[in-house]
Design a protein around this ligand. Structure first.
Ligand code: AMP
Ligand code: ZN
Length: 113
């Protein structure tokens, strides 16, 4: 079975891409749960935080720093970063991704996400 996010990374499936470098792609979530809802996706297929290898620690750091840079670029001054892990953790797409959610005009409470 093909992986949806691998298809987007390889430009076989369309997405609203906002940033891309050699290791990471950022695109808009198709069903946004916040005014700004982006997905930071490694180009390498890794299933989840549960399966990522220690050797990919640098990649994980790059994903976090990419989220920071995109938030700064878009002047999103408060946001949440979220990894869903496994079905019981709400993960539906088995290609690791970091949710960046923000853009609220008022302070966001924990139970709003
Ligand atoms: P998760 O539940 O953590 O696996 O999150 C998967 C996210 O991917 C959800 O927020 C979906 O709305 C989003 N999503 C699903 N299909 C697409 C797509 N084709 N393009 C962009 N985002 C998608
Ligand atoms: Zn994949």
């Amino acid at each position: 079975m093909t992986c949806l996010f691998c298809s987007i990374v390889h430009k076989e499936k369309e997405a609203d891409i906002v940033d891309e470098d050699d290791t990471v792609m950022v695109f808009k979530d198709i069903h946004p749960k916040a005014p700004v809802h982006l997905l930071i996706v490694p180009k390498k297929h890794i299933v989840s935080i549960d399966t990522v290898e220690d050797a990919d620690a640098l990649l994980l750091g790059k994903m976090l720093l990419k989220a920071r840079d995109i938030a700064r670029d878009k002047h999103v001054d408060g946001y949440k970063l979220l990894f869903n892990v496994g079905r019981k953790g709400g993960q539906l797409i088995d290609h690791m991704h970091l949710h960046l959610m923000g853009g609220w005009s008022e302070s966001a409470r924990e139970d709003e996400v």
